[in-house]
Structures are given as C-alpha cells and as structure tokens.
Write a protein that binds this ligand. Structure first.
Ligand code: HEM
Length: 397
C-alpha cells in the first residue's frame, strides 16, 4: 500500500488543462487511476469514480468546504448545516430526500413537462432573430430561473434575482475564501425571499411543486425548517448548473450542422443527443466526497477526512469504457451508466426535470432556428465545472 504523497500530481491551473481539459484528463487516466492535486485526491478511472460516488465509506464534503471558506455563524451557515448537503448517509438524509425524490421522480418530473415547455416557448418566441444576441442573458439564465418561478408559483419577474443568486452561491465550489462574503449575503437574501414565497403560497395553494412540498410539511414529512431549506436548495442548485449545461448543449449541437438538421427532422433523437453532449462535454467535471474512515482505495491509503474527487470528465473520456471518446457520437450505447448527476444517496434531485428542460430547449431550437449561427462562444474549465462565459448567436443565421 502506498500513501497520498507518492501519487502523481495534477495541476488544474496548467495551460494544457485550461486549453483542452477533457483530452488532458484522458491522458492522465491512461497513465494512472489516482492522483493528487491542491484540493485533494483525484480519481480518474470510471469504475473507481463510481465506487467512490456510491460507496458508504465516502460521505459529503460540504462541511469541510464551509470550514475551508470560513463561512461565519449566521443564517447562511445555519441553512447549510441543516440542509441536505451536510448530512451523511443515515436516517436524516433518507427522511429529507424522500419527499423530493418522490416529487421529482422520472414520472413526477414528466408532469412538469408542459409547464417547462410553456416557459421555453414564451422565452424563445420573443427573441430577435436577425442580429447577434447574448444567449446567456436571453436563454440560458432565464429558462432555469423561470422554471424555478413556475415551481414556486412566483412572478416571472423574480427570475433575474433567482439566476443571480444561484450563480453567486455556487461560487462555494471555487474553494476561494474571497467569495465567502458574497455567498453568505446571497444565501441570506434567498432565505428571506423563500420565506415570503412560502407565506404567499400558503395563502393561495395550487398544484405547484411548492404547494406539494408545503403539503408534505403539513403531513409531518418535513419540518418547517426542512421545507424552507429545500426551497432554498432548489434555487441554489438549479440555475447555475442548468444554465451552463444548456449553453454547452447549444454550442456542441449547433456547431455540428448535420446533427442539428437531423434533430429537426427527427426530434425523438434529442434525448440521446443530449446524453452524448453530457458525456462529451459535461457541466460537472467532478463531484466531491470525503473519506468517513481510513480507506484503502486501489492500494492507496486514504486517512479519514481526506477530500476525494471523482473526475467524471476523465471517466467519460476513458477509451476503456467509451471507445473513441473524442468522437461525438449520438448513437453510443447507454452503458456504462452516466455519472453527470453523481449517484446513490447523494445523487442530483433535479436530474430528470433538468433533462426534460434541456430536451425542450433543444427541440424548440432545432425546429425554429434551423440556421442558427454561433458568433461567439467562450468556455472556461475549472477542476469542478465546465462553464460558458460568453455565448452569442444569430438565430436566423
Ligand atoms: C444540468 C444541470 C445540473 C447538473 C449538471 C447537476 C449536477 C449535480 C451533481 C453532480 C450533484 C452531486 C451528486 C453527487 O455527488 O452524487 C448534484 C446534486 C444536487 N442537485 Fe443537481 N445538477 C443539475 C441541476 C439541478 C437542478 C435543476 C436541481 C433542482 C431542481 C438540482 C438539485 C440538486 C440537489 C438538491 C443536489 C444535492 C442532492 C443531495 O445532496 O442529496 N440539480 N447535482
């Protein structure tokens, strides 16, 4: 058995990673299954990534992350401590997840499709088509934040605030203490917003997601604090990830005109095309865990409390699991399973709903903007995420 200090080192700030992250990760994965970096231990092999994601000896890394950021005592830290993110496997995590996994199961998420489709149509139908427009401001941010407004029965005018807040609070994943103050203030504003929403929906119940969550609280499945924390969590996790993943999908699909045209001819191919987008260029390049005890992983000794990162991007570009990984192929088999939304008891609650959301965006765009032409696109890759920092296009080409 060997120790962490003997592992090869990865530098995510190196120019070659910034320039070509997926092929750089694939190159690392050819040479070693485990590595170390500034943030902790890096897992590069698909099977080991899956193991770390679902194995009970690995738990949530959020408490460690908040300590690293030095989040001060107050409403934001109180929220974090009591939200799903701080709980490891066990009764509390199970109890907290059940109402949400029920309301956002594959079948239940399908019930949102019409509402999501309406948001997509209203957002896209009003866009100017003959000149370059900023697609992040016009499409990628508004759609998930308006879907959130639809879920919580809020006026669509609130969507800007939701999008802004989600982008700010997700900065925790930069692991940079300089973001702590902005994140803390943004969580406080979100908590106050959510309190007002819950009060308003209690006075005028409907069949919205929030009304259904309120009913779960009234039947004792969730406490008042749990209810509030979930509504904040949905805002936190929703827009930022979804906005970037929508942008990645628009870029990867529209820059391949033959695929864009094929999807317009046969929209039933959209789900498998989106699946390949998420493999070829995932939003989540890694997901984090912490060892809950001393662990021997592939002959490497990881002491309790070690920060461990499952590199989803490296796993997706490993030719032993995904042949010719640098080729964009919408006809790949659906095995091995995707890791885009993590897995097991920590898996993404919104994965089915957001998949529907992006499918609806792409289905609308291929049908209505067959000649869409990207005029500017800029990617940025951290160890954790693929981000799209600029995206402009002429919808009518
Ligand atoms: C394309 C967009 C999205 C991506 C790529 C994404 C990805 C992820 C990933 C990788 C995780 C961690 C899973 C793990 O480590 O096992 C996660 C967790 C989570 N996601 Fe998402 N997500 C997206 C959209 C959403 C949306 C729209 C929602 C809510 C409606 C959501 C709610 C959550 C929640 C609540 C968790 C924490 C689950 C827990 O700790 O039990 N996500 N997501």
């Amino acid at each position: 058995m060997t120790g962490i200090s003997n592992l090869p080192e990865i530098d995510f700030s190196a120019a070659h990673y910034r320039k070509a992250p997926l092929s750089t990760l694939a190159g690392y994965a050819k040479r070693f299954k485990l590595a170390r970096s500034e943030r902790g231990v890096e897992i590069l092999d698909y099977d080991l990534c899956r193991d770390v994601i679902v194995n009970r000896r690995f738990g949530t890394a959020h408490p460690g992350l908040m300590a690293l950021l030095g989040m001060p005592e107050g409403p934001a830290l109180h929220y974090k401590r009591h939200s799903i993110s701080f709980h490891n496997r066990g009764e509390t995590r199970r109890r907290l997840r059940v109402p949400l996994t029920t309301l956002m199961s594959p079948k239940s998420s399908e019930q949102f499709r019409n509402g999501i489709r309406q948001v997509v149509h209203e957002t896209l139908a009003s866009l100017p088509r003959d000149r370059p427009i900023d697609l992040i401001a016009a499409l990628c941010d508004p759609i998930p934040s308006r879907v959130y407004c639809y879920w919580v029965d809020a006026p669509m005018a609130d969507a800007d605030f939701i999008a802004r807040s989600s982008h700010i609070v997700q900065q925790v994943h930069t692991r940079n203490p300089e973001t702590t103050q902005a994140v803390t203030e943004s969580f406080k504003a979100l908590l106050e917003y959510v309190d007002r929403r819950i009060k308003a929906v209690r006075q005028a119940p409907s069949d919205s997601l929030l009304s259904q969550l309120i009913r779960a609280a009234e039947t004792g499945q969730l406490s008042e604090d749990d209810l509030r924390n979930w509504v904040v969590k949905l805002a936190e996790a929703n827009t930022d990830n979804s906005s970037h993943q929508i942008a990645i999908a628009v870029i990867e699909l529209s820059s391949r005109p033959e695929i864009w045209a094929m999807l317009a001819r046969d929209p039933s191919l959209v789900p498998q095309a989106l699946r390949e987008v998420m493999r070829y260029h995932p939003r989540s390049l890694s997901t984090s865990r912490e060892t809950l005890e001393d662990v021997n992983l592939a002959g490497v000794s990881l002491p309790e409390g070690t920060a461990v990162f499952a590199n989803i991007g490296a796993a997706y570009w490993n030719e032993n699991y995904f042949p010719n990984p640098d080729q964009f192929d919408i006809n790949r088999p659906d095995k091995p399973a995707h890791l885009n939304f993590g897995g097991g008891v920590f898996s993404c609650i919104g994965r089915f709903a957001v998949t529907i959301e992006i499918e609806e965006v792409i289905a609308y765009m291929v049908a209505h903007f067959p000649a869409l032409r990207i005029t500017k696109s800029v990617f940025s890759h951290s160890a954790m995420f693929t981000s799209v920092t600029a995206l402009a296009a002429v919808l009518d080409g």
